[in-house]
Each structure stands twice: as C-alpha cells, then as structure tokens.
Design a protein around this ligand. Structure first.
Ligand code: NDP
Length: 307
C-alpha cells in the first residue's frame, strides 16, 4: 500500500517529511520516482492523470486544491473516493482576501484609485457598514469562515445555498426559487460557489439585473461562473458600481481583454487562497487515518452533485 504525491516537488518535500513522521508504515512516492502503479492506494494531484486506469488499487483521490472542478471525474472509477482540500491555510487566506475585498468595495477603493490617477482629492459618500448588505452565493466551508470574520463590522449578512440552512447572524436563502429575492437585498455580492454544471455562467446579465443599482461583485469562485461580457455591460451601464475578480476565464485573460483596464474592475491572479503544504499534509494524513478506520472523510465530494 503506497501514497503518490503528484504535484510540485517543494510541496512534496513537506508532505514527505510529515508522512515519514506520522504515517511511517505508508510508502511515500513523488511522481518523479519510479513506482508500481498497482501499489498506489492514495493519490494527491491537481488534475486526474491520463493514465489513471493503471492505478487499479486506488481508493482515494485527493485534490491538492479546494475545488475539484478541474478533475475529469468521469475518468475516475466509481468506487474511488474524491476528496477536495479542506485545510486551515486555505481557510485563513480566504478569510483575509474576502474581508479585504468586501472592505475594498464598501469603502470605494476602486473609485479612489481612479481619482488618484487623475490627481483628484475628493471624498465620496460613505454609507455605514450597517447600511451595506453583503450576500454570499454559496454557504460552504469558506463562505461561513469569511462570514465569521465579517460579523464584527456589522454588515447585514445573507447567503444563498442549494439546501436549506440556519446560520446565526445571517439571513439564509436557498434554491433557484429564492435566488432573485436574495439578490434584490444584496449590495455586495460575494461568489464562493464551486464550479458545477449548475453554477457555470451563473453570474450573468439576468443575475446582475436582479441586484440593486450600485451593487458590487467580489468573485472568488471560479472563472467560468462569470459571463465577463455581461459584467462589463453592467458596469458600463452604471448598474453595477465595481467588481473585484480573483478568477477569470481564461486565466490569465488575453493581453487585450477589456477587463484588464476597466476602471471599475480590480483583478488578482487567483491568489485569494492557496494550499499551504504543512497544513495540507496534516489534513491528508488525518483523512488517511479516517479512511483506514472506516470513518467519514473530511471534504468528501458527492460525485452526483459535483462538489
Ligand atoms: P463547499 O463545498 O464547502 O460549499 C459550497 C457551497 O455552494 C455550499 O453552500 C453549497 O450549497 C453551495 N452550492 C453548490 N451548488 C449550488 C447550487 N447549484 N445552488 C446553490 N448553492 C450551491 O465549498 P468551499 O466553501 O470549500 O469552496 C467553494 C469554492 O470556492 C470552491 O469550490 C472553489 O471553486 C472556490 N475557491 C476559490 C479559491 C480562490 O483562490 N479563488 C480558493 C479556494 C476555493 P449546500 O450547502 O446546500 O450544499
């Protein structure tokens, strides 16, 4: 029985040390080493290897990232468990980035950046946080962690998910029928949805038109969830005031893409949160321990839902 690490060598070294310490009985291989594929029981990877069928005894396929949308999961045999990365580093970085993004949009930082370019010193209207409604598309692990950090600012908070939820301190909406009602009361929309067939293209002209005039978008989900042309139209018409995008489609955008230079847009290169090897290794080790003990895995993907 062996473990295969199919990602960058630097992170692999951290994993190898942690595994040697905490799972000494499990043989550890990096993808650069020669290994008998039939020995591999656990695999950490970003994408599903082309030769996945060679790993005939594979039991758990771990994503090195928080999403599994990059997996072509139809290539993975049905009995193999798919696990997304749930680890403290990803959570903490997303909390930092999303709080920064909400405050950036709330305090008009993009408009001030534009004014600075024009050497213009002018105060803009500054609604109180208690008057700025922040709504989350997706109420999963990351959104809920961000919400905890936002609570002290006193933004009215709401969120939308697939299933019914009750979360203290926020108004919860769910399902397609409640989406428009959720959007109508959202001034800063944060997208933290996984990319699935249902969420692809969800940030579109129809969705934007359901937001109140002057709303703002913080997109930290996945690029293909956003209709970028519709976003530009909504910004240019003045219906949306600003957008901060950590993800685009494609990544990076082509050199001449209008989003790069749009004054109402801030782009970061998919850095909101990044898997941290030390904490990620602990998370994978814990899941292997659970798998061996027949316990539930943390971050287990429901293959029918795609997340
Ligand atoms: P979770 O799986 O914990 O949560 C997903 C949430 O989305 C759940 O609340 C789920 O609803 C909801 N959801 C999924 N599909 C639908 C749907 N069709 N309609 C309504 N709600 C839906 O995911 P995480 O919080 O861990 O991560 C979310 C995403 O964030 C990741 O998949 C990834 O794409 C992105 N991400 C981006 C990063 C970046 O650096 N930009 C870094 C890390 C993650 P329910 O609760 O009812 O199941």
């Amino acid at each position: 029985m062996a473990f295969l690490f199919n990602s960058d060598a630097a992170r692999g070294t951290v994993f190898r040390e942690a595994f040697a310490r905490e799972l000494p009985d499990l043989k550890f291989f990096h993808a650069s080493e020669v290994v008998d594929p039939e020995k591999i029981c656990y695999l950490v990877t970003w994408t599903v290897p082309e030769d996945i069928s060679r790993y005939r005894n594979l039991e758990v396929l771990f994503s090195i990232g928080a999403g599994i949308d990059q997996f072509k999961s139809e290539k993975v045999p049905g009995h193999v468990k798919l696990v997304r990365m749930v680890e403290d580093g990803i959570i903490r970085m997303m909390q930092e980035y999303a709080v920064l993004g909400v405050l950036t949009l709330h305090r008009e930082m993009l408009a001030y950046r534009e004014q600075q370019g024009e050497h213009r010193w002018q105060a803009l209207a500054a609604p109180q946080a208690s008057e700025r409604r922040v709504g989350f598309l997706g109420l999963g692990m990351l959104a809920q962690a961000v919400i905890e950090r936002l609570k002290p600012f006193q933004f009215p908070l709401a969120g939308w998910s697939r299933s019914t939820k009750e979360i203290g301190g926020l108004t919860c909406f769910h399902g397609a029928d409640q989406l428009a009602g959720f959007l109508a009361q959202t001034d800063i929309l944060v997208c933290l949805l996984p990319l699935t067939d249902e969420t692809r293209g969800i940030l579109n002209a129809r969705l934007f038109s359901s937001l109140p005039a002057g709303a703002r978008l913080l997109h930290v989900g996945r690029g293909p969830q956003l209709d970028q042309t519709a976003l530009i139209e909504a910004l240019d018409s003045g219906h949306l005031a600003a957008a901060m995008l950590d993800v685009t489609d494609p990544e990076p955008l082509p050199e001449d893409h209008p989003l790069w230079s749009h004054p109402k847009v801030m782009i970061t290169p998919h850095i909101a949160s990044v898997t941290q090897p030390r904490t990620a290794a602990q998370s994978v080790i814990e899941n292997i321990r659970r798998h061996r003990a027949g316990e539930n895995l943390i971050g287990l993907v429901d293959r029918t839902l795609g997340y």
